[in-house]
Design a protein around this ligand. Sequence first.
Ligand SMILES: [Zn+2]
Length: 225
Amino acid sequence: MDNNLISRSAMLEELKEWYNEAKERENANYEWETFESSGIESAMLCVENFPAIDALPITGDTSDGYHTFNELYHHRAVLFSVICNDRPGIAWKSKKHHDGTMYNGMFIVGIDTPEGQATYHYDLDPYWDMFHVREVDSAPEWDGHTPDEAIRRIGTLAMVKDAEPVRHGEWILNPSDLYDDATWVCSVCGHEWVLIDGTPQENDMHYCPKCGARMDGGKNNGTAK
Ligand SMILES: [Zn+2]
């Protein structure tokens, strides 16, 4: 889109409006051509002959003179990962939206603030591994929050005085299990999880889905067998 042509035609429109207003006000009987020979004509010519400078396409390398978009996106992703990693109990990431869709090569990561969810999309590479939060099959349903609302909600996290410290637990295999399915107990909250196949680690349960405890608090990588 050529912004210069648009603004130029808009300016011409404005000049014609001035002319029409002046004509009405003065009850003048001269024609547009006559009016053009007055001072407005040079203004018109000036606008018409103003060189159309092609606006540079806006890309990730576009800069405001200090930072490029790419740089700012990168900073935003790293800063949000620090916020989420500090609160793994209330943060999550997913390769699918609630409806199963996703933008190509991207994922969604969110945090549940006192005022509701705040989410961002990032490129899988290199940001997926930067977020040490629990992975969910699909994201919670979007509650309609705008980018403005998201950053405002993230701000409310600072108001949470007793932000829960990261709790470290381990998966304990229920020894009284009588069946083939294994029951694993979170050492922090006591919630039981039945796994049909494999250990919690093999099922990527590095956090307790119930209480968010990080399962690195015991021997054998958090698995007490
Ligand atoms: Zn737990």
